[in-house]
Design a protein around this ligand. Structure first.
Ligand SMILES: CC(C)(COP(=O)(O)OP(=O)(O)OC[C@H]1O[C@@H](n2cnc3c(N)ncnc32)[C@H](O)[C@@H]1OP(=O)(O)O)[C@@H](O)C(=O)NCCC(=O)NCCS
Length: 180
């Protein structure tokens, strides 16, 4: 549904459940996320059934599966939360640990941002735990600007955590050349 040089962002399928269950259950991957972890295979299948009901053009979250074009492997997921006005969206990306450090998240943010800007969106945003430096680097490489630091703004896994808020206006989107 959205393509980049190395990635295909597509709808989740039932056979993605085993891979989703493994990376969502990894404590390092779940550390800064609000979703339940660990999860069973049955729970992963249920989550994917929920994703199947969402539509990317409708307000609310749509979760793309991130697939490596070279071998068709599922390597993570990418969430887009389209606001009611259909002119703004929040983004979030997760990769299985074996696929960190190759620029895939940066490439996915780039592909999704380009797609949404082309669809006429005015503004994109993303929020992450203030300790999540990997996520911050991805957003900054893609041209997002740090706009705010919320103090103990979210309760994640029983802990009040600081949040960094990032934004990108469509008119500031520089396209492919912004990504190294
Ligand atoms: C957030 C997350 C997706 C970032 O993953 P990541 O692997 O660090 O990010 P990328 O895939 O873009 O890889 C970037 C790294 O690959 C390197 N890299 C290698 N080849 C590259 C290429 N061709 N293009 C760009 N970068 C490349 C970059 O230098 C960079 O390394 P650095 O961070 O040491 O500078 C990952 O940490 C994750 O899944 N975390 C858990 C879930 C989570 O917290 N998500 C955030 C929600 S807000």
């Amino acid at each position: 549904m959205i393509e980049s040089p190395r990635l295909l962002l597509r709808r989740f399928r039932p056979d993605d459940a085993p891979v989703l269950a493994v990376y969502r259950s990894d404590p390092d991957i779940a550390r800064y996320q609000s979703w339940a972890s660990p999860i069973t295979l049955t729970e992963a299948a249920e989550i994917i059934r929920g994703y199947a009901e969402a539509q990317p053009e409708a307000p609310g979250w749509f979760q793309y599966a991130i697939e490596l074009k070279v071998d068709g492997r599922l390597i993570g997921d990418f969430g887009v939360d389209l606001h009611e006005n259909r002119l703004q969206a929040d983004l979030g990306c997760t990769l299985a640990p074996a696929h960190h450090g190759h620029g895939y998240a940066t490439e996915a943010v780039h592909a999704v941002a380009g797609h949404l800007v082309a669809q006429g969106l005015h503004r994109l945003s993303a929020h992450c735990d203030a300790r999540n430096t990997d996520s911050m680097r991805v957003l900054e490489r893609a041209g997002f600007r740090l706009e705010g630091h919320g103090i103990e703004a979210e309760l994640i896994r029983g802990e009040w955590t600081d949040t960094h808020s990032y934004g990108l206006l469509a008119r500031h989107w520089k396209g492919p050349s912004a990504i190294a």
